[in-house]
Design a protein around this ligand. Structure first.
Ligand SMILES: *Cc1c(COP(=O)(O)O)cnc(C)c1O
Length: 227
């Protein structure tokens, strides 16, 4: 893992350099779905502190096993309202809010534990039928609606663009997400920060960084192929 991780960090650094961005603006979210706790510990020992999980139940087990480690967890999977209670307890940032129903549930659960839950709006930027995420129009409305919720802090946008094995084909979707972000930012909605852009995975994170990603979600390039 050490070698793979070094490679990833080098590639992030090189990508940032090509567009004159500072490395401080780019956070690596190590996607640890399906990886056992032992692998995550190995990653921690190699200097990683931020992990992304997709499934609430799986994350709860790891969260309990690793509670003594100084790590931060992000939720990057599809979140069902009935699991919001657990997600709010574990995750520093939820990347995947895409309906007001889910936002209201998160707000309610966060109120119960007196937490200000940081969230991103997941945008289905290509409007693919089978994918979760709000359309651009829905995202604008959702950000406004969430700005009224006391226990939610909107921090930006996330997307899972269509899959291509050529990152240049994915780049226009990253660019579109960034434009949408810039546009919402211009509205200066009170209590809303639009600083975060969660985009880019193993196959395309360099292009995502060049298009403004502040959170890159990388699994395979760090841990190897998932079982
Ligand atoms: C699995 C997953 C990733 C990481 O994918 P890799 O190609 O393994 O880097 C990133 N984001 C989300 C939402 C995922 O589900």
């Amino acid at each position: 893992m050490k070698k793979r991780l070094e490679q990833v960090l080098k590639r992030i650094e090189a990508a940032a350099k090509t567009c004159g961005r500072s490395l401080d603006e780019i956070q690596l979210v190590a996607v640890s779905k399906t990886q056992p706790a032992a692998k995550i510990i190995e990653a921690i020992e190699n200097g990683l502190t931020l992990f992304g999980e997709n499934y609430v139940q799986e994350a709860r087990e790891k969260f309990n096993a690793l509670y003594a480690y100084p790590v931060t967890w992000h939720f990057i999977g599809h979140l069902q309202s009935n699991k919001a209670k657990y997600a709010v307890k574990m995750f520093d940032l939820i990347h995947t809010v895409d309906t007001i129903k889910l936002a209201l549930e998160i707000d309610k659960q966060a109120a119960k534990i007196d937490k200000l839950q940081k969230v991103l709006v997941q945008v289905n930027i290509a409007e693919e039928a089978a994918k979760s995420g709000a359309t651009a129009e829905e995202a604008r409305r959702l950000v406004r609606e969430m700005s009224q919720l006391k226990h939610i802090a909107v921090q930006g946008l996330m997307t899972m663009p269509p899959y291509f094995n050529n990152p240049e084909k994915v780049r226009p979707f990253f660019r579109a997400l960034r434009r949408l972000r810039d546009d919402i930012q211009k509205a200066e909605i009170p209590g809303v920060s639009m600083q975060a852009l969660s985009m880019g995975m193993t196959g395309d994170f360099e292009a995502a960084i060049q298009e403004g990603a502040t959170l890159v979600r990388i699994g395979t390039a760090i841990f190897g192929e998932r079982e």
